[in-house]
Write a protein that binds this ligand. Structure first.
Ligand SMILES: NC(=O)c1ccc[n+]([C@@H]2O[C@H](COP(=O)([O-])OP(=O)(O)OC[C@H]3O[C@@H](n4cnc5c(N)ncnc54)[C@H](OP(=O)(O)O)[C@@H]3O)[C@@H](O)[C@H]2O)c1
Length: 298
C-alpha cells in the first residue's frame, strides 16, 4: 500500500487512484468491446451533430413561410438529400422506397421524417417528389395518383439513362421530353426540377440569396401555380430558381445539355437553356444491348 497523507491517511487508497493497480492498462478484450459498443454510437451521433451544424452554418437555412407536408418517393441520393434538407428547413416529410418503411429507420432517426409506404407518401400531402430511376416509374401502382387532388404539386427529378440503367423507352427515344413521359405514366401533371444537379451539391452548395457563388436551377412545368411553388422551394433550399418554361421545353435541361450538372448562376442557366440542342447525344440514346451498368454502359 503506498504511503498517503491528508484525507486518505491511514485508510486504503481507492484502487482508481493507485497507479500501481494499473487497471487502465489491463483491460481484457471483452472490456474493450463493451467500451467500444457504448462509445461508438455516441461518437457517430456526435459526428452527425457536427456535420449538421456545419451544413447549417454554411448553407441556406431560411425558414419557410409555410410549413408544407411533403411526400417523397425514393430515398436514394436525391430522395435522401431532399429528406435531409427539407426537414432541416422545417417541412413535414414522409419518405418511401421500394423495400418498405422498416428499411428507412436510420434516415427517419437522423432527419425526423416519417418512413411510409409508397401509397402513404401520396396521401394527405401538398407536394410529392418522385425521385426513382426513370424506368422504375412504370413499376409504381397504376392507380397511385387516382385520389391525389389536382392541386397537389408533383415534382419529377428523373433523368433517362438508357445505356447505364433504364433500358430503352421508345417514346423518349422518339423525342418526347423525359418529364412528359413521367407525367403520362403517373397520370398527374409534373414539374421538372432538381434533375440537373448532383445530389451532393444539392446537399451542401445551397447559399443564402445574394451570395456571389449561389447556383441556379431550372424549373419547368405547365401549371404556373405549381411551378411557382417549386420555384419558391428551390429558393428556400438555397438556389436561385429560373423559370425554364413549360414541360414541352424541359428537354433543355435533360442529360447532355449545357445546363446539366454545370452549377451555373441564374444568367448562366438562362443562357445554357437558350443554347441547348434538341438532338439527344449518342451516349444518351439506347442501343440494342441497353441497359448495361454505370461502369459498363451498353
Ligand atoms: N444521383 C444524382 O446525383 C442525381 C441527380 C439528379 C437527378 N437524379 C435522378 O433522380 C432519380 C433518382 O436518382 P437517385 O440517384 O436518387 O437514385 P438512387 O440513389 O438509385 O435511389 C433510388 C431510390 O428509388 C427507390 N425506388 C426504386 N424503385 C422504386 C419503386 N418502384 N417504388 C418506390 N421506390 C423506388 C429506391 O428504393 P430501394 O432502395 O428500396 O429500391 C431508392 O430509394 C433518377 O432518375 C436520377 O437519374 C439523380
Amino acid at each position: 500500500m503506498p504511503e498517503v497523507s491528508g484525507l486518505w491517511a491511514g485508510r486504503p487508497m481507492p484502487v482508481k487512484a493507485t497507479p500501481a493497480a494499473g487497471r487502465l492498462h489491463n483491460h481484457t478484450d471483452r472490456e474493450w468491446e463493451a467500451a467500444r459498443q457504448i462509445f461508438r454510437p455516441r461518437l457517430i451521433a456526435c459526428l452527425r451533430y457536427v456535420l449538421t451544424a456545419y451544413i447549417t452554418a454554411t448553407t441556406n437555412n431560411q425558414k419557410p413561410e409555410t410549413v408544407m407536408k411533403i411526400g417523397i418517393i425514393g430515398a436514394g441520393h436525391i430522395g435522401g438529400t431532399l429528406t435531409r434538407r427539407l426537414t432541416q428547413l422545417g417541412h413535414e416529410v414522409r419518405v418511401a422506397n421500394s423495400r418498405g418503411p422498416e428499411t428507412l429507420t436510420e434516415l427517419a432517426e437522423e432527419t425526423g421524417a416519417t418512413p411510409v409506404t409508397v401509397r402513404d407518401a401520396v396521401r394527405d400531402v401538398e407536394l410529392i417528389v418522385v425521385t426513382i430511376p426513370q424506368a422504375n416509374v412504370r413499376d409504381l401502382p397504376d392507380d397511385l395518383f387516382d385520389d391525389v387532388p389536382e392541386d397537389v404539386v408533383v415534382v419529377d427529378t428523373g433523368n433517362y439513362y438508357p445505356r447505364q440503367r433504364d433500358g430503352r423507352i421508345d417514346e423518349i427515344e422518339e423525342g418526347m421530353p423525359e418529364s412528359r413521359w413521367v407525367e403520362q405514366q403517373l397520370g398527374h401533371p409534373v414539374v421538372k426540377a432538381f434533375n440537373n444537379i448532383w445530389a451532393q451539391h444539392l446537399m451542401d452548395r445551397g447559399r443564402p440569396a445574394g451570395s456571389p457563388d449561389r447556383i441556379a436551377l431550372p424549373v419547368a412545368g405547365d401549371n404556373e401555380k405549381a411551378k411557382h411553388t417549386v420555384l419558391e422551394l428551390v429558393e428556400e433550399l438555397g438556389f436561385d430558381a429560373v423559370d425554364a418554361g413549360g414541360l414541352d421545353e424541359s428537354w433543355r435541361q435533360q442529360p447532355g445539355t449545357p445546363v446539366y450538372t454545370a452549377d451555373l448562376d441564374a444568367e448562366g442557366v438562362r443562357q445554357a437553356l437558350k443554347e441547348a440542342r434538341r438532338d439527344r447525344l449518342p451516349e444518351f440514346r439506347a442501343t440494342e444491348h441497353s441497359p448495361g451498368t454505370f461502369e459498363n454502359p451498353a
